[in-house]
Design a protein around this ligand. Structure first.
Ligand code: B12
Length: 432
């Protein structure tokens, strides 16, 4: 099997070299095979992201829109249609959440960034009769008040950072009280989210603070500089031997941040290589994961939206025929599901089709075992496991259902993690 891959690769490399030689003869320009491989990977990821727009079963995703707009390749008709959906469906959803006083800082910030990336005049838009930017500012005020009283934002520092970034990238002055809270949190290491790596949060915070530093109204540049140095150092220190900064799903954001902060190429070249290896392995299939990674591979960051001009000439991105979906496996594997909560620790055993998702496995379990139930909430990353056996884990009491497989914390959610072999999945009520 290995030998076959080696042969395939060497054939591919040979074909690539011949192709490049022919190109060089025809055009008189040498073409670097490494560069063309990199371009192929970007195109494959860009197409996957574009393909995700065809699924209209959930709300349009502003993070996906942002990445499509930041790309150098475009399908302008599909991007325009997606923008229309954002401004209708997501807009309505945000209005409804705001009317119920639910915190929507991150989603609203991503929406503002997506609009800005499409050169839509954000200042002309209203949500529930109030300017969108004012609504975002109010969300940030609520978050800030919550930090003052409870030492944590209402949502989390990831969303708080997105809020600062969106305001700043829209050319709006960010109150020093708001930015100081972020500076303080970084200084005192308060940005962690339980098992969820702080690298993602540090990366977005870094981009937000860099944006502030570059804006005209900034007051205390030396304090910002010091915090940016801290963020940069923490990101560089998070590098694993395989080049990832944090894990596969934080590296894209971390590289974006290092780019935005003007780091040396040597600080992130191994991480870019790790991302390329991930793309080749097919690690990124969740549109949210792709949307955070693609800009980094194109050496762009969310900070670019600040200067977006929307005069792109490229409209070359076309989708080929849809790849056939994989047939479900007839092979079965054993699965044990342990639920650990204050009310007890029931354990369940079942057989599930090989390669099914945890979501499918839990659905089968629910159908066959009367003592097991679960519910999910939709999010930009897909279904988030929120209720197990009637017990809800929620943001307001800082609890969630943590997932692990044979003792190792999952790096993907219930829809994306596939059961490839017999194993034990543990679902544990956890406070963070
Ligand atoms: C904060 C955070 C959390 C918090 C969320 C609650 C809070 N404090 O607000 C907590 C600690 C609960 C959490 C849990 C998990 N998380 Co988390 N989380 C994040 C983080 C840093 C920010 C999310 C956010 O606020 N986004 C902004 C808003 C606008 O988007 P949103 O979609 O509306 O946000 C909600 C969802 O993202 C949801 N959520 C958070 N994490 C996850 C993970 C998955 C798989 C899903 C479906 C939803 C989800 O909570 C957000 C707030 O309500 C991201 C980093 C990132 N790069 O996105 C990681 C991230 C999304 N989480 C991740 C993971 C793996 C998990 C867990 C599966 C870990 C585990 N082993 O149990 C669990 C989810 C388990 C479950 N019950 O389904 C990965 C997902 C990678 C992937 N390919 O799927 C990320 C990218 C971190 C990383 N680099 O590995 N997370």
């Amino acid at each position: 099997m290995e030998a076959a891959i080696v042969t395939d690769n060497s054939e591919m490399n040979l074909a690539l070299l011949i192709g490049c030689a022919v190109f060089a003869v025809v055009t008189g320009k040498p073409q670097d095979p490494v560069a063309s491989d990199h371009e192929e990977l970007i195109l494959s990821l860009n197409k996957k992201l574009l393909r995700s727009l065809e699924d209209q079963s959930s709300l349009p995703n502003p993070s996906v829109h942002l990445a499509l707009r930041l790309s150098t390749h475009h399908n302008l008709d599909m991007e325009r249609a997606h923008l229309v959906r954002l401004m209708a469906d997501l807009h309505r959803d945000l209005e409804s959440s705001l009317a119920k006083h639910q915190p929507v800082t991150g989603l609203l910030a991503l929406y503002a960034l997506a609009l800005r990336a499409s050169c839509t005049e954000v200042s002309a838009l209203t949500l529930n009769q109030e300017p969108l930017i004012l609504q975002l500012k109010k969300q940030m005020e609520r978050e800030k008040e919550h930090i003052a009283t409870s030492h944590r934002p209402l949502t989390n520092y990831y969303q708080y950072s997105l809020g600062v970034l969106a305001l700043c990238a829209s050319g709006v002055r960010v109150s020093t009280h708001v930015s100081n809270k972020l500076v303080h949190a970084i200084k005192h290491d308060h940005t962690k989210n339980g098992v969820c790596d702080s690298v993602d949060t540090l990366a977005v915070a870094g981009m937000a603070l860099q944006c502030l530093k570059e804006s005209v109204s900034v007051q205390d540049v030396s304090q910002l500089d010091e915090t940016l140095r801290t963020v940069k150092q923490k990101l560089v220190d998070s590098q694993r031997p395989d080049g990832h900064l944090g894990n596969e799903f934080s590296t894209g954001l971390a590289v974006q941040a290092l780019l935005a902060m003007g780091s040396q190429v040597s600080d992130y070249s191994a991480s870019l290589e790790a991302l390329r290896t991930d793309v080749r392995k097919g690690t990124y299939h969740n549109p949210m994961g792709i949307s955070q990674t693609l800009p980094a591979l194109q050496q762009r960051s969310y900070l670019h939206v600040k200067t977006a001009e929307c005069r792109e000439k490229d409209d070359s991105l076309v989708l080929g025929p849809k790849p056939p979906s994989k047939e479900p496996s007839s092979q079965m594997v054993s699965l044990q599901v342990d639920v650990i909560s204050a009310d007890g620790s029931p354990s369940f055993r079942t057989q599930v089709p090989k390669d099914c998702s945890v979501y499918e496995a839990l659905t089968l379990l629910q159908e066959n075992q009367k003592d097991f139930t679960f519910e999910t909430e939709s999010s930009l990353w897909g279904p988030f496991l929120s209720v197990v056996n009637g017990e809800r884990a929620r943001q307001s009491d800082r609890s969630y259902w943590h997932l692990s497989s044979d003792g190792t914390s999952l790096t993907q959610g219930i829809q994306d993690y596939k059961i490839e072999k017999a194993q034990k999945i543990t679902i544990k009520k956890t406070i963070y």
